[in-house]
Design a protein around this ligand. Structure first.
Ligand code: THU
Length: 130
């Protein structure tokens, strides 16, 4: 059962674009991760030591996990560009830790939505084989 509509999820990812801390790249990213009980949001948070920057997706995932909620359902990802952005490899690997597949809604600055999934973008995650 879904608690939120697609529009609510998309709007949540757009709403947090303005919270993005991105003075260096000026590239704003907003993520909204729907679980069975909540929508966890995240934005990219940059640092003057550039390598310490954290992507919006990981902020949302870590927030959900820190709230003991790993029941991931969908992810919406917004940017302030015409081009749709896809999660980076590091974020895809982090997502793959908590779910085999996940519908992902990519949202551009005009609010257009393109649908994809974790499996499509990242078919062969790293797994620890025993
Ligand atoms: N960024 C994200 O937040 N998510 C991604 O999947 C790719 C990149 C951020 C990191 C940095 O603040 C800016 O976008 C430019 O790389």
């Amino acid at each position: 059962m879904k608690l939120f509509t697609e529009q609510e999820l998309v709007l949540s990812s757009q709403a947090v674009l303005s919270h993005s801390y991105s003075p260096y790249s000026k590239f704003k990213v907003g993520a909204a991760l729907e679980t069975s009980r909540f929508i966890y949001v995240g934005t990219n948070i940059e640092n003057r030591s550039y390598g310490l920057t954290v992507c919006a997706e990981r902020v949302a995932v870590f927030s959900a996990v820190a709230n003991r909620d790993r029941t991931f359902r969908r992810l919406a990802l917004s940017s302030n560009t015409k081009d749709f952005i896809t999660p980076c490899g590091a974020c895809l690997q982090v997502l793959s830790e908590f779910c085999d597949d996940l519908p992902i809604l990519l949202v551009n600055c005009d609010g257009k939505v393109k649908k994809t999934s974790l499996k499509k973008l990242y078919p062969s995650p790293f797994v620890l084989k025993k």
